[in-house]
Every structure is written in C-alpha cells, then in structure tokens.
Design a binder for this molecule. Structure first.
Ligand SMILES: [Zn+2]
Length: 133
C-alpha cells in the first residue's frame, strides 16, 4: 500500500494527471466543435443536397444563423483552451515553487596535466593528448 501511494505521488507530481485531465477536457470541448460542425454545416448541406423534407433553398438569414452557431462553438473552444492553458501554467509554476532545481550532472572535467576542459568520459585529453584516468 505504501509503495502504491509512493507510485501515485510520483505519477501525480510528474504532471501526468494534469496532462490527462487537460486531454479529457480538450477532447470534450473538441467533441462540441465536431457536433456543431455536423449540426450547423453538414446536416444543412445534406438537407440542401438531398432535398430533405420538402425541397427548399436556405435563406441567407438561415445560413448566417448556422454559420454563427458554428463560429460561436469554435470561439467557445478557443476560450476554453486558453483558460486551460493559463491554469496549467499556473499549476506548473505553483508546483515548482519551493522545489529546488536539480543540479545537473557535470558533463566535463578538467585535464590534470594541461587544465583544459574535456568531456567527462574522455580517456585522452583533446588538448595535450595525455592519457587521463
Ligand atoms: Zn590535457
């Protein structure tokens, strides 16, 4: 049980939970766009093409209505995505506060003969060609 909690803590802190939540929310919002596209664009178009129930032409007002309904769902999606983005940024920032930045492992070392800087795993100095370690 303790191991499970530790695993969960690591999982949550890695931000995977946030990523997943964002994915789910964005997915849901995107479904709204697709639904709107179908209802406000494809369905009227199909009705127009096939004649639908009682063949008639759409008026410009109707077309504008469908267009604005679709547009508003796109705007909704963009606003939602923007708010989510701000939230994720805020949470990520809050999570790094008080968290000391991990010291990155050194990638270079100093040659004991010429004091030149060489890669950490070098066996021969690139400056003075001495064998190191
Ligand atoms: Zn050297």
């Amino acid at each position: 049980m303790k191991k499970f909690l530790e695993d969960f803590k690591a999982f949550a802190l890695k931000g995977n939970v946030m990523d997943m939540a964002v994915g789910v929310i964005i997915g849901g919002a995107f479904t709204g766009i697709v639904t709107s596209l179908t209802e406000n664009f494809i369905n009227p178009l199909l009705t127009f093409i096939t004649g639908g129930t009682g063949y008639r032409l759409y008026s410009w007002a109707e077309i504008a209505g469908y267009g604005s309904a679709f547009l508003s769902s796109v705007v909704n999606f963009i606003i939602m995505a923007f708010i989510l983005f701000c939230m994720v940024r805020f949470i990520n920032k809050a999570m790094t506060i008080g968290q000391k930045e991990e010291e990155s492992a050194p990638t270079t070392k100093t040659c004991p003969y010429c004091k030149g800087e060489i890669p950490i795993d070098a066996v021969k100095c690139m400056h003075c060609t001495s064998d190191v370690e």
